[in-house]
Ligand binder design. Structure first.
Ligand code: PMV
Length: 354
């Protein structure tokens, strides 16, 4: 019969870089100019849920994002679909009486429905969760027998930061040396249980879509910023080693110092781009000042901050108690008003919301 549908649903959290990826050495394969390290968030809060379906009655590949159909014609979607399809295996569902042979996948089409439970393209790394989830769910549907490293290299071709969302905990994306990108993969540095005192608080300064996409921004930075060369060659390699050590030893002072410095340098290379790119706004700058002053007054860092390609603040508190104080401070400096543009998402421990 031609009536059957086979479906797989997967959920993937987003990740936040503490040592940033910014700049590609190959735009098509998405190969970065430096290694990066991230922390994967708790799936409950910022994540993508994707259902992929295959049926002989589908006449083309189609995708819906948050209920709205989007085009799959972009090169990045096509790369991911192609890479997964050519690794598809035999699939058998005895209960439904479905048998798909390896070679059948070339002729079959998929429907993909994806939902983000957070603002899309607002500098909250929605593409990371989205593309990682797409690759993972398609790989499950098509019975692809590759390890997470190989899948991360496929997700990377959808969106660079997506390769890091294939694992929980702390993850390193190794830039690799190969021209074809076979060694540009993500590896897990430590699992989610390794340092579970940390609490991540995200202040959504603005949920509007960012003005300069990361693709355009990176291209302009690579073409015009001298500071980026220095960052990629001289600064990041040392920071990666220091960050790995800080994570291994759960050394919050070093972790916070490196995280804040790297976020600031990433925004400095944006400013060093011609024309300059501004991702942070006045509210972001005020948050930095508040955290810096607080950390200094305590004598040892309590909270680390980091900002991606947008004004939203991601703050990592050393423990639950500190996260509680952080929220009080945020509410004090940014009291909720009808026209305020600051809302907080609390990641990692829901009880703090009460
Ligand atoms: O993977 P992209 O194209 O969304 O770029 C992500 C870039 C940053 O979020 C700013 C940094 C990072 O390493 O995630």
């Amino acid at each position: 019969s031609q009536k059957w549908v086979l479906m797989v649903t997967a959920q993937t959290p987003t990740n936040i870089a503490v040592i940033k990826y910014w700049g590609k050495r190959d735009e098509t394969l998405i190969l970065p100019v430096n290694d990066s390290i991230s922390v994967t968030l708790d799936p409950e809060h910022l994540c993508t849920t994707t259902t992929v379906a295959v049926s002989p009655s589908f006449d083309k590949d189609r995708m819906w994002l948050n209920g709205k159909e989007i085009s799959l014609s972009g090169g990045r979607f096509q790369s991911c679909l192609r890479e997964i399809r050519c690794r598809a295996g035999d699939v058998e569902d005895e209960k439904k009486g479905i048998k798909i042979a390896k070679k059948d996948w070339e002729k079959l089409h998929v429907h993909i429905a994806s939902y983000n439970n957070f603002p899309t393209a607002a500098g909250l790394a929605s593409s990371a969760a989205g593309l990682a989830c797409l690759v993972f769910s398609l790989a499950k549907l098509m019975n692809v027998k590759e390890d997470h490293g190989k899948l991360s290299a496929i997700a990377r071709q959808g969106s660079g930061s997506a390769c890091r969302s294939l694992y929980g905990g702390f993850v390193k994306w190794i830039m690799g040396k190969d021209e074809k990108g076979s060694d540009s993969i993500a590896v897990q540095l430590a699992d989610e249980k390794h340092w579970d005192d940390l609490v991540i608080v995200i202040a959504v300064v603005s949920s509007r879509q960012k003005e300069t996409s990361s693709t355009t921004g990176m291209r302009e930075t690579v073409e015009t910023s001298m500071l980026l060369q220095h960052r990629a060659k001289e600064v990041v390699p040392k920071r990666i080693l220091q960050m790995e050590e800080a994570i291994r030893n759960r050394d919050f002072a070093s972790f916070a110092h490196l995280t804040c410095a790297d976020s600031n340098q990433f925004h400095a290379v944006c400013l060093d781009t011609c024309p300059p790119i501004f991702y942070m706004n006045d509210t972001s700058h005020r948050i930095i000042s508040i955290v810096e002053k607080w950390n200094r007054s305590e004598g040892t860092p309590q909270v680390a901050y980091t900002f991606d390609a947008g004004p939203n603040a991601v703050m990592i508190a050393r423990n639950r108690k500190v996260a509680g104080v952080l929220l009080q401070k945020l509410l004090f400096y940014f009291p909720p008003q009808p026209d305020t543009d600051l809302n907080s998402y609390v990641i990692g421990d829901k009880s703090i919301l009460k």
